[in-house]
Design a protein around this ligand. Sequence first.
Ligand SMILES: NC(=O)c1ccc[n+]([C@@H]2O[C@H](COP(=O)([O-])OP(=O)(O)OC[C@H]3O[C@@H](n4cnc5c(N)ncnc54)[C@H](O)[C@@H]3O)[C@@H](O)[C@H]2O)c1
Length: 380
Amino acid sequence: MKKTLNIGLIGYGFMGRTHSNAYRKVSNFFDVPYKPVLKTVCGLDEAQARAFADQWGYESYCTDWRQVIADDTIDVVDICVPNNMHAEIAIAAAQAGKAICCEKPLALNVAEAERMVAAVEKAGVANLVSFNYRRVPAVTLAKQLIDEGRLGRIFHYRANFLQDWTISKDVPQGGMATWRLDAKAAGSGVTGDLLAHCIDTAMWHNGAITSVSAMTETFIKERKNAETGKVEPVGIDDACTFMCRFDNGSLGNFESTRYARGHKALYTFEINGENASIAWDLHDLHRLSYFDHADDSIVRGWRNVHVTDGDMPYMGKWWVPGLQIGYEHSFVHQVADFLEDMAQGKPTSPTFREALATQRVCEAVLTSAKSKSWQTIKQP
Ligand SMILES: NC(=O)c1ccc[n+]([C@@H]2O[C@H](COP(=O)([O-])OP(=O)(O)OC[C@H]3O[C@@H](n4cnc5c(N)ncnc54)[C@H](O)[C@@H]3O)[C@@H](O)[C@H]2O)c1
């Protein structure tokens, strides 16, 4: 019998579902060293927490996250609540000796993120930040191709994350459904929410970002508060574009907005190297576009690689070659890696410390936009 690992999930919304699904599926497909047990789910509303526990098979539920931390039987605290609660919960969980999986962005700002890193490192607990796109097999394959040196010297990295759900001035801010528009709960707008993903993946693929120059815009300046009904100034960035330099000498270009009519979640990246280029699109997440200049010129062109073969990242654990997987599987892979590393006493990437580096870039982007100046990022 495998050792069990009791999970305490805080937050039963969108991410609460993806993480619960991952804990339930992981042992069916991966030979993981622990069997996750869905012990407790915590959320704001008691009836919803109970319904979630029933639906997903949690043994118990509660509405006070401190109960999860105080429960000696809980091994892993999984944080799936709005960004302004990450720091307090993660620090308490670390002090209680729990392993922690925390949703992104790590924190509201660098100062909070530094305290979180100090807490997990002092306690010596396993820690992981859920930048799940790294574990989409095609995105992981891109990392493998870069690390094998196939691209040669890299010149350009560009990424977009585009949505369109806040174009209407009638979308409120604040409250449980629209906390992402409230700077106090989210920390920032698209920079922390969407670009944080692009930055995490980019630095994983292409190394540290050393300087940034950004512009942001808040297209709708006032919105009704969903809880009080009062019309208040909007404090988040609705759109953000930045250019940057990477430590390896390459140039980066990033854009994110919630005002790109027609786009629901278009995350794309393209990397141009001396010998080859790579492109990826979340809408076709199981495909990797690859151009190799070494190909015979009369058949040279962009290849569309269907990332489903057993020798491609994670795919040997799923069905048979040719059959693809989807979005939710990136979270299953994340849990599989977390459990495997935990058993071996190894950190799982991205750790809190690695996510702090992303937080530093996000903060520099926002400072740059505000001050209309280039910002240098020193990663200590
Ligand atoms: N990795 C990704 O791609 C991804 C995608 C979406 C969201 N996220 C991140 O996940 C986190 C949660 O986002 P979401 O979309 O799941 O949000 P959501 O609004 O769907 O769910 C938030 C949950 O937090 C709970 N909550 C709020 N305040 C609480 C409190 N005081 N005590 C206990 N529970 C409380 C609510 O009950 C709700 O269940 C955020 O940090 C977000 O940035 C990551």
